[in-house]
Design a protein around this ligand. Sequence first.
Ligand code: SF4
Length: 531
Amino acid sequence: MAEKCDPLVTAAKGPTKTYPDTQWIRSCPALLPAKHPPQMPPAHPFDYVGSDADGDKLHEECGIFGVVGVSDAANFVALGLHALQHRGQEAGGIVSHHPEQGFNSVRRFGYVRDNFTSPKVMETLPGPLAIGHVRYSTSGSKGQTAMRDVQPFFGEFSMGGAAIAHNGNITNANTLRRELIERGSIFQSSSDSECIIHLMARSMGRGIPDRMEEALRKVEGAFSVVAMTRTKLIGVRDPLGVRPLVLGKIGDGWALSSETCALDIIGAEFVREIKPGEMVVINDKGVQSHFPFRPQPSKFCIFEHVYFSRPDSILGGRSVYETREAIGRELAKESPVDADLVCPVPDSGTPAAIGFSLESGIPYAMGIIRNQYMGRTFIEPTEQIRNMGVRLKLNVNRALIRGKRVILVDDSVVRGTTSRKIKEMVLDAGAAEVHFRIASPPTAWPCFYGVDTPQREKLLAATMSEEEMRDHLSVDSLKFISLDGLYRAVGEAGGRNAKCPQYCDACFSGEYPVVPADMMDQGFEMKPAAE
Ligand code: SF4
């Protein structure tokens, strides 16, 4: 049930202490294993199977949302997080602030709809200011999220409390953590995001926004942050703007969100994207904006256009759906093939398949049907169940496929395991030919900026050429969109600027806009400059 706790402070100082500007206390679930065991997803055979098709995908790490200036802001945040659930399903949390009742927090494993719909829970999150976070762990306790890693994180400072929710990945977190621990910081989580709170604690800045600014100047990598004090909602994007963050207006209040689709659900009007390197501080006087970091060319994650963001969101002034359709058109121009049907690998391949069909004139059909009621999970059951794999999530529409030359359009190939199984299913259903068309270039490099990717050697494209991948998947043809084609589809008419790429495309090109310092310490080798 609902709890009231300080994620970072309570565990260190004991469960009965009251903090200056809060009544921030007692029953942090991480501290109460007997009465309140962590609500991990249930062990059920479908759990693993449901994850199989998604397990061969890249995963966005987090979604963040914040609202100020409306009554019961936490209700709006719960709705916003629900709309952002595709960005993280392992756990979620909300912190709210009420002028009399101080800061309150609820953090839970599992879906937003299962944890933040009960009036009993939401009543414990009163006030006109709240932020929230949904998580798919990449750093921290990967795959087995510990409650202490669930955000938002909270810190108590001399000038009051602050909560923070982070989307992205800090590429120098190990170094920062080591230095902070040497200087006396006591970490409560394994999350890289906690560094920000400790850096703020060490700052001499007068106010919390100043401290946050100073802390974030020491951080390298990708970050979009939503934070709150007692009176302010704060949003920041890293200088390269790798991860998204948008501003919305709701009545007299304001909202910050990873994506515009979450503004729609609460009836907020999309105002604009927070700019790379921008910090906005929002209170009852409105939105103050400034740029505390050294200006750098923007490097927004191009994969947000391909896969991570929802198709009903707006990125760069254009609907994601439209962009994906343009990717499909580009793919059809670059890699045409004589066939009878264009079928998406649901759901993320759908807009690109429609674009491919429109450009090529080959009929579009739902040749593969997705069971919408399979959740994604983390439990591995018996070998027998595991062997059913993708079939329990995706099923071939045999009546459509039999005897046809089929083009399957998917958003990406990561390990290739799912593509292989899908090809087998389509051939089993009687297809005459199977051609894969992929709406992204070959994923040959891991992402270190807040996306869960396998180690490089596990990426099919890291070890095989396109022809070798085609043979490995045993399909009649396999083609990926080119990097230039992808850039054109996202609106860069001249394609990719090789000297200064307009986006981050490191997972395709191996050109990392921020040196992944921690990973290099662990032996990761960047692509040689001349390659
Ligand atoms: S490496 Fe790929 S997934 Fe990661 S931020 Fe860059 S484009 Fe996005």
